[in-house]
Design a protein around this ligand. Structure first.
Ligand SMILES: [Zn+2]
Length: 425
C-alpha cells in the first residue's frame, strides 16, 4: 500500500453542487471474478487501505471486503465501482471524525470524563507512562530494555513481579505488533494498571501474581505506531527501509521463523504481509525472539494482542497441522470465550489460527510454540467489524475487560497445570 496523508477535507465543490466526500469504510462483496479483479486493482493502485482481508491476494467471490477509502480517493474509487456495477455499503460514513475522536486525549480534552486508561495514547505518552509506572511502583515493576526498533526507538518491557520466589514461572504479553491496532497497546496499559490496582483485592489476579511474574511489552512496533499518529492511521507494518524497493515496512507478524514466508505471507516488499528478507530480519522481531529464547524455561504462557475480529487463537497458523496439545489449548480458549460471553455477552470465536482464519506463517505465536512454550495464544480484540481499527475510546474499557477475563482464565489454567506438574514426581 502506498503512503498517503490523511487529509481532513470534507467538502468538494463540483460545478456549483455541493458533494460531500469524506473518508469512509466501505463494505463490498464481489460477485464475479471480474469484480474480484477490479477490487484487487482498486485496493492496490489507489490510495486505500484494506481492513479485510489483510491483503488483496485474498479477495475472492462472495466474501465481504472492508476497504478504508480516504477523502482524496473517495470520488475516483466510487466512480470506478459504479462504472463496473459493483455495489457497496458504507460501513463507516465518518471515518475522519472517528480518527479525530481516537486522537483526542487528556491534553486536548481535559474535561472528558474518561480516565487515562480509557483513552488512546501517543508513543511519547506511553514512554512517559512506562517511566511513571516504574517510579510509582519500584518494588513491583522493573523496566527492561529488550532492544530497539528500526528507527532506534527503545523497546521497553515491564516486568511485574510481586515476590522473589525461587524458580518462578512467567507470562509474556506483547501488544502493538501491528501499528494500526490501537486497542492492543491500550490493553497492555490496562493490564498493568489492573494488576497493580487489584493485587490483594481480586482473588484471580492475586493468585496469578503470587505465583508468576508477567513481562509486558506495550508497543512492539513503536515506529509504526508513531506513524499511525502522525501520518497514516492505517499503517500496519514496521518502518524499515529497503535498498531494493521504494516500499517501506515488514509485517512483524510474518517475520518469525515458523514456516517463514510460505503461503499466507508475501515476499513482495509492497505487500501488507511482507515477510522481510529473512526470519528475524527486523530488529523488533529479533528483540522479542532473543528475550524469549533467553527466558524460555521460565515463560510458560505467551500472549500476543491484536485486533479486530474477536477471536482467541492458538497454534498453528503456519500450517493446517494440529498442535501436539491442541485439545488442551482448545479447552482453554473455549473456557475463556465462554466466560467473556457470560460476563459481557460478546461472541469470541476460538480455535487454531490456520483453520479459524487463514494460513499466516512467520507469526510470533507459532514460533514461540515451537521454541517450547506450549501455551501460546493470539487474541484478536473488539470489534467484529463495525468500527474495526477505529474503535472509539468509549469502547476501550469493555474491550480490555473482555481480554482481561480471557488472560486470567488462561493464566489460571496454566498455573494449575504447571503446579500439578511440579507436585507429581
Ligand atoms: Zn494484528
Amino acid at each position: 500500500m502506498r503512503t498517503f496523508l490523511i487529509l481532513f477535507v470534507f467538502i468538494n465543490f463540483d460545478r456549483g453542487h455541493c458533494t460531500e466526500t469524506r473518508a469512509q469504510v466501505l463494505s463490498i462483496t464481489p460477485k464475479t471474478q471480474e469484480q474480484v479483479d477490479i477490487l484487487k486493482n482498486v485496493s492496490t493502485q489507489y490510495q486505500t487501505a484494506l481492513w479485510q482481508p489483510v491483503s488483496s491476494q485474498y479477495i475472492k467471490e462472495e466474501t465481504e471486503v472492508h476497504l478504508f477509502v480516504p477523502t482524496n480517493s473517495s470520488k475516483i474509487v466510487k466512480d470506478l465501482l459504479q462504472k463496473h456495477s459493483i455495489t457497496h455499503e458504507v460501513l463507516l460514513p465518518n471515518a475522519n471524525e472517528l480518527i479525530e475522536m481516537q486522537m483526542r486525549n487528556g491534553s486536548t480534552d481535559p474535561r472528558s470524563g474518561s480516565t487515562f486508561y480509557e483513552r488512546y495514547h501517543t508513543l511519547e505518552d506511553i514512554y512517559d507512562w512506562t517511566n511513571r509506572t516504574f517510579q510509582d511502583n519500584p518494588s513491583k515493576i522493573t523496566v527492561i530494555l529488550i532492544g530497539s526498533s528500526y528507527e532506534k526507538r527503545p523497546l521497553y518491557a515491564l516486568k511485574l513481579s510481586i515476590n522473589n520466589r525461587p524458580n518462578k514461572k512467567a507470562i509474556w504479553i506483547d501488544c502493538g505488533i501491528h501499528a494500526r491496532e490501537w486497542i492492543s497497546p491500550a490493553f497492555c496499559l490496562w493490564f498493568v494498571h489492573h494488576s497493580l490496582s487489584f493485587y490483594g483485592q481480586n482473588q484471580e489476579i492475586t493468585n496469578i501474581l503470587n505465583n508468576m511474574d508477567v513481562y509486558i511489552l506495550p508497543v512492539m512496533n513503536p515506529d509504526g505506531y508513531l506513524y499511525t499518529w502522525t501520518t497514516n492511521r492505517m499503517w500496519r507494518k514496521n518502518r524499515s527501509v529497503k535498498k531494493t524497493s521504494p516500499c517501506i515496512g515488514v509485517d512483524l507478524n510474518r517475520n518469525f521463523d515458523a514456516n517463514w514466508c510460505t503461503e499466507g505471507a508475501s515476499s513482495e516488499p509492497c505487500s501488507e504481509i511482507y515477510c522481510g528478507a529473512f526470519p528475524e530480519s527486523e530488529p523488533e522481531a529479533q528483540a522479542v525472539a532473543n528475550f524469549l529464547r533467553e527466558h524460555k524455561d521460565s515463560v510458560q504462557l505467551y500472549l500476543t494482542i491484536h485486533s479486530y475480529s474477536q477471536m482467541l487463537l492458538f497454534p498453528y497458523s503456519c500450517t493446517l497441522d494440529e498442535a501436539e496439545n491442541h485439545k488442551e489449548l482448545l479447552e482453554m480458549a473455549k473456557e475463556a470465550a465462554q466466560k467473556i460471553r457470560r460476563h459481557y455477552r460478546s461472541q469470541y470465536r476460538y480455535g487454531a489460527g490456520a483453520k479459524t482464519i487463514y494460513l499466516a506463517p512467520g507469526g510470533s505465536d507459532d514460533w514461540v510454540y515451537n521454541l517450547g512454550i506450549k501455551y501460546s495464544f493470539t487474541f484478536e480484540l473488539q470489534d467484529r467489524g463495525h468500527y474495526g481499527f477505529l474503535l472509539p475510546p468509549s469502547e476501550i474499557s469493555k474491550a480490555c475487560n473482555e481480554a482481561l477475563i480471557a488472560v486470567k482464565t488462561i493464566a489460571l489454567k496454566v498455573l494449575e497445570k504447571t503446579q500439578a506438574q511440579i507436585r507429581s514426581p
